[in-house]
Ligand binder design. Structure first.
Ligand code: GDP
Ligand code: MG
Length: 441
C-alpha cells in the first residue's frame, strides 16, 4: 500500500506550475459557470481573460489537480472584484437628520428594503428613523410603507393627498428636523423600465434632499438588465451603493459581479426574503461561491493548502529540534504570528495568557515590530539567512538602512534568533517524551 501511495504522490508533486493549456481548459468551464450564473457576457469574458494572465505559471498545490487549482484562483479573483468597501453595512448617517434616498425599478424591492434598513438602524444602532413614501403613482404603495412602519415600530411621514414627490421630500426633511430624527429615508416611485421621467423625478428629489446615501435597489434575479439599470441610475443620479434583493431565490447572483465590474459601485446589502429581518450585509466570499457554483472544489484546495502549511511547519519543527533554525524559519514564524493577529491576538486566544498579552502590548512588541523584523530578514542575502553568523558590521549597516531601521534593531533580531535556536536545541535534546512530561507538570 505504501508503495502505491508514494506513487500517487510522485505523480502529484511533478505537476509543478500551471501550464497555459491547464488554465485554458479549466477557464472554459469557469466561463460557462459564470454565464449560467447570469454574469453578463462582456464581464465574463474580461474576467476570464484577466484570470488567465494571473493563473498561468502559478504553482499547483500538492494533491490537487491543475483544474482545481484554477478554480481556486478564479474564486479568489472573484472575491477581489466583488469586494468593495471594507464595511459595506455601515451607512453614512452622521449629522442628523441624515437623508437616505432609495431608487430603483418598480418591484425591485425598494419599499421592503427601506423598511428592512429602517428596522436595522433602529435596532442595531439605536437610531430614530422616519420613512416617507414618494410613490405618488400608486396610493397603495404609500399605504404599504405605512403598514410596514407600523409593523416594525418606525414612524412614517403622514400621507397628504395631492403632493408631488419633491413636496413630500421637503416635508420629510422638515419633519425629520423638527421631530429630532437621526435618519429619514425617502422611498421613491419606480417604473417597470427606466425612462426620462423617472430619472428626472429622482434627480429633483435628490437635489432637494441632498442624500448622504443613495441606494440603488436591484432584483438579484435579473442578470444583464440589472447592469443597464445600474449604469443609467449611476450616471444620472449618482448612487453610493447597491442592494441586491431576492438573493433567497435560486438565482446565482451573477448580477453582483456584472454590476461591480461595470459600475464600480459597492454592493452594500443583500435581501434574503420578504420578512423584515431578511437582510444581510454583503459578503463577497459567499456570493463568489454562489456565482461560481464550485464550492466543493474551493474547499478542497483550501484544505490541501492548509495541509501543506502544516507539513511545512512540521518539517521546520524537526529541523529546529536538531538545532538547524535559520533566518528563513524565523521569518516563517514571524509571518505566521502576523497572520494570527500578532502576538496579542495569539495570546489573547490562549487561556490564561491575557495578562501576558497585556505585558507584550506594554512592551511595544506589536505587529509593527513583527513587520519590521520580517523586512530585516528580507533584506538579507540567501546565504546570510541560512547562516546569520557571517554578517559583518558593514553588511549589518546596509541591511538596517535598506529596511529603514537601526543596526541595534538588527542586533536585537539576531539575538532573538540565537536564543530561540538555543532553546529549541535544548528541547530537541530532551526528546519528545520528556518534553511532554515537562509540559504536564
Ligand atoms: P418596490 O416596488 O421596489 O417598492 O418593491 P417592493 O418592496 O414592493 O417589493 C416587491 C415584492 O418583492 C414584494 O412582494 C416583496 O415582499 C418582495 N421582495 C422584496 N425583497 C425581497 C427579497 O429579498 N426576497 C424575496 N423573496 N422577496 C422580496
Ligand atoms: Mg415601492
Amino acid at each position: 500500500l505504501s508503495e502505491r501511495l508514494s506513487g500517487v504522490f510522485d505523480r502529484l508533486t511533478k505537476q509543478g506550475a500551471l501550464s497555459d493549456e491547464d488554465v485554458k481548459t479549466a477557464l472554459r468551464e469557469v466561463r460557462v459557470a459564470l454565464l449560467e450564473a447570469d454574469v453578463s457576457l462582456p464581464v465574463a469574458r474580461d474576467f476570464v481573460a484577466k484570470v488567465q494572465e494571473q493563473a498561468t505559471g502559478q504553482a499547483v498545490t500538492k494533491s490537487v489537480t491543475p483544474g482545481q487549482q484554477v478554480v481556486k484562483i478564479v474564486h479568489d479573483a472573484l472575491i477581489d472584484v466583488l469586494k468593495g468597501d471594507s464595511d459595506p453595512g455601515k451607512l453614512k448617517i452622521d449629522n442628523p437628520p441624515a437623508p437616505i434616498l432609495m431608487v430603483g425599478l418598480q418591484g425591485s424591492g425598494k419599499t421592503t428594503t427601506t423598511a428592512k434598513l429602517a428596522k436595522r438602524l433602529k435596532e442595531r444602532d439605536g437610531k430614530r428613523v422616519l420613512m416617507a413614501s414618494l410613490d405618488t403613482n400608486r396610493p397603495a404603495a404609500m399605504e404599504q410603507l405605512a403598514i410596514l412602519g407600523n409593523q416594525i415600530g418606525v414612524d412614517t411621514l403622514p400621507i397628504v393627498k395631492g403632493e408631488d414627490p419633491v413636496q413630500i421630500a421637503k416635508r420629510a426633511k422638515t419633519q425629520a428636523s423638527l421631530g429630532g430624527y437621526d435618519v429619514y429615508m425617502l422611498d421613491t416611485a419606480g417604473r417597470l423600465h427606466i425612462d426620462a421621467e423617472l430619472i428626472a423625478q429622482a434627480a429633483a428629489v435628490r437635489d432637494v434632499a441632498n442624500p448622504r446615501e443613495t441606494l440603488l435597489v436591484v432584483d438579484g434575479l435579473t442578470g444583464q438588465d440589472a447592469v443597464n439599470v445600474a449604469t443609467e441610475f449611476d450616471d444620472k443620479i449618482g448612487v453610493t451603493g447597491v442592494v441586491l434583493t431576492r438573493m433567497d431565490g435560486d438565482g446565482r447572483g451573477g448580477a453582483a459581479l456584472s454590476m461591480r465590474a461595470v459600475t464600480g459601485k459597492p454592493i452594500r446589502f443583500v435581501g434574503l426574503g420578504e420578512k423584515m429581518d431578511a437582510i444581510e450585509t454583503f459578503e463577497p466570499d459567499r456570493i463568489a461561491g454562489r456565482i461560481l457554483g464550485m464550492g466543493d472544489i474551493v474547499a478542497l484546495v483550501e484544505k490541501a493548502q492548509e495541509t501543506i502549511e502544516a507539513e511545512q511547519a512540521e518539517r521546520m519543527m524537526k529541523r529546529m529540534m536538531k538545532g538547524q533554525f535559520n533566518m528563513n524559519d524565523l521569518r516563517m514564524q514571524l509571518e505566521q504570528m502576523l497572520q494570527m493577529g500578532g502576538m496579542q491576538g495569539m495570546m489573547g486566544m490562549m487561556p490564561g495568557m491575557g495578562k501576558m498579552a497585556k505585558q507584550v502590548e506594554e512592551a511595544g512588541f506589536d505587529d509593527k515590530i513583527l513587520k519590521q523584523q520580517i523586512a530585516l530578514i528580507q533584506s538579507m542575502t540567501k546565504r546570510e539567512r541560512a547562516n546569520p553568523q557571517i554578517l559583518q558590521a558593514s553588511r549589518k549597516k546596509r541591511i538596517a538602512a535598506g529596511s529603514g531601521m537601526e543596526v541595534s534593531d538588527l542586533n536585537k533580531l539576531l539575538k532573538m534568533h540565537r536564543q530561540m535556536g538555543d532553546m529549541m536545541k535544548k528541547m530537541g535534546r530532551m526528546g519528545k517524551g520528556k518534553m511532554l512530561r515537562q509540559a504536564m507538570k
